[in-house]
Design a protein around this ligand. Sequence first.
Ligand code: MEV
Length: 316
Amino acid sequence: MEGFGPGKVILLGEHAVVYGFPALAGPLSIGVRAVGERLPPGRAASLNMPRGLRGRSRALLAEAFGAAVRESGAGGVRVRLESDLPTGMGLGSSAAVSVACARVLLKAARLDSEAAASEPAAKDVARVAWEMERVFHGTPSGLDHSCSAMGELIHFRRRPSQKVPSVTPVSSPKPLNVLVWLLGERPSTKETVAALRARQMAWPERYGRIFREIGRLADEGRRAVEAGELAWLGDLMNMNHGLLSGLGLSSAAIDEAVHRLRAAGALGAKLTGSGGDGGAVIGLFEDPGPVAKKLGRQGVDCFVSQLAGPTLRGRV
Ligand code: MEV
């Protein structure tokens, strides 16, 4: 039994999404694969811990996996993880782990082997993965694991009063290609979200205005994607980066990468994920391949991925 959880990039709307505003996110071609092996009857589900994972991270993964086992009702299965997704870069690695585990556990919960081979519904995957994400992050918006479970570009919104978010697939008539630039370690999402929360609580009206505007950019971005207007989408991304910077979520290294991508011809460039310092920056290009090659020769750690478009089949 296998389950794949793709990583994700947020095109528009990170952080504001935590306060109930819309966001737009798409799946990466890379992610986490969970491989499950059935155990004899009577044995409990277990996870082989990734080598090198220690301390608090190890304890959190064990706790999160336990929560998913309870939610899925899975019996005896031993799960191991394989990943080609960089961790701690804002590319949704914990959500990808959660979705990959959820898929395998839901398959393992089915009794006959034919049922275990078919893919569980995205909404069930998201429900089980959510239990893991809550252990990893406390109070995440749910954007990351929803995008990974759907395996396609989504418009996401969870209003404060809503338990269940509204998640809508967004189709693009054109290939939506991004270059992902990996800057390196960044503070944890939990820390960055908490620091922003402290500033928002001190000045709720002013921060609220910015969050609202970011949400409007995400709504507009959905229309730009559906219309195949990449220059429009790029402009929205540039503006979103400016607002994230205003919220104190950028750094000199992030801004330098953003400006180098724009100088290299990006239609738009911004930080993606929780930001703070380090993490990842994305640039929107019609064809990012040559730029990625050139940056690679200059020592930049980067890769390209298609997030949506007519030639792209679902990631999962
Ligand atoms: C992290 O990938 C995105 C944030 O908006 C946090 C969240 O949505 O829970 C920063």
